[in-house]
Design a protein around this ligand. Structure first.
Ligand code: HSE
Length: 329
């Protein structure tokens, strides 16, 4: 099996390499591609160095392509790669809502991956992190409505987002003006309730991705979801406060027990010992941390919970590699 990564030098590309080193995916050759700016550099994989090539304008001779070079590259080239026989696992939003393209989280809808016509979409990071925690609850109790508030790390905007937090913090502390460029406002010592473009309905695209994509992955078009997505001055891992209205009442103990058995989830829920999900502890972890489980004060029999997950891992690279593993099963 010939495996290719497009966007190998980016933040997700870096994580793809480290996840592949630990995965059970079998491949004979690994090809790395990036834009002309970083092509020619070498990246380490296991005990060897691989030279990064310029992403070609046309076909790539690979069986599986993990694409993480952004929506415009995927939109233009993924159909070309697929027409040449490759299966493209695409990390961008270009094809996620395309009816012909499965949107897959292996803990939830692994069988959907097998229905692909050459392209499989990897979900938005915020969506994926919450979905692994919500799916077992949805199956057991039926989620009717979900209200999300998110707390998203600067690396969600790539390496330049992290740089802007670090250099901006230094500028702030040393008395210089903080000039934002990636974000709409200075991010150090601030938060910004604005991720991606505002839509006609007043929600941002990031917020609507949580709505659209969760419905598609759960196969639940009737699911009512509302989201406020907020950028916060952390480096890595996205967190989310979620309130659920359920078809059938759940107690926090029942939910905790169910989540303890669920794949992709780690229950971190002992407030007396000050244990709850946090970016500090969820960064670098494969599992999404879930905690602060409590009975909703708004919806009878509903739940409030808090999740924190590494958006570069389960929210991107890990999920993509797990999809590739699913194809090889
Ligand atoms: N859109 C996300 C963010 C990145 O800006 O945090 C992962 O989809």
């Amino acid at each position: 099996m010939r495996l290719a990564i497009v966007g190998a030098t980016g933040a997700v590309g870096h994580e793809l390499l480290s996840v592949l080193e630990r995965s059970t995916l079998h491949f004979d050759e690994l090809l790395l591609y990036a834009s002309p700016r970083s092509a020619g550099s070498t990246l380490s994989f296991q005990d060897r160095k691989i030279t990064v090539q310029v992403t070609p304008e046309g076909a790539i001779d690979a069986d599986v392509i993990l694409a993480s070079a952004g929506g415009s590259v995927s939109k233009a080239l993924a159909p070309v790669w697929a027409a040449n026989g490759a299966v493209v696992i695409d990390n961008s939003s270009a094809f996620r809502m395309d009816e012909r393209v499965p949107l897959v989280i292996p803990e939830i809808n692994p069988q959907a991956a097998l229905t692909h016509q050459g392209i499989i979409a990897n979900p938005n990071c915020t969506t994926a992190i919450a979905a692994v925690a919500l799916w077992p609850l949805h199956q057991a109790f039926g989620i009717r409505r979900a209200i999300f508030s998110t707390y998203q790390a600067t690396s969600g905007a790539g390496a330049k987002g992290m740089d802007e937090l670090l250099s901006g913090t230094k500028d702030f502390l040393e008395g210089r003006k903080v000039t934002p460029s990636t974000f709409a406002h200075p991010i150090p010592f601030n938060l910004i309730p604005h991720i991606d473009a505002f839509q006609d309905n007043g929600y941002t695209k990031e917020e609507m991705k949580v709505v659209w994509e969760t419905r598609k992955i759960f196969g639940a078009p009737e699911l009512r979801i509302s989201c406020t997505a907020v950028r916060i001055p952390t480096l890595r891992a996205h967190s989310e406060a979620i309130t659920l209205e359920l078809e059938r009442p759940a107690t926090p103990d029942e939910a905790r027990e169910l989540l303890r058995q669920a794949p992709g989830v780690e229950v971190v829920d002992d407030p007396n010992a000050r244990r709850y999900p946090m970016p500090l502890t969820s960064s670098g972890k494969y599992d999404v941390e879930v905690g602060r489980l409590r009975a909703s004060l708004v919806f009878d029999g509903g739940l409030d919970l808090f999740v924190s997950g590494d958006q570069l891992l389960k929210g991107a690279a890990l999920n993509a590699v797990q999809i590739a593993e699913e194809l090889q099963r």
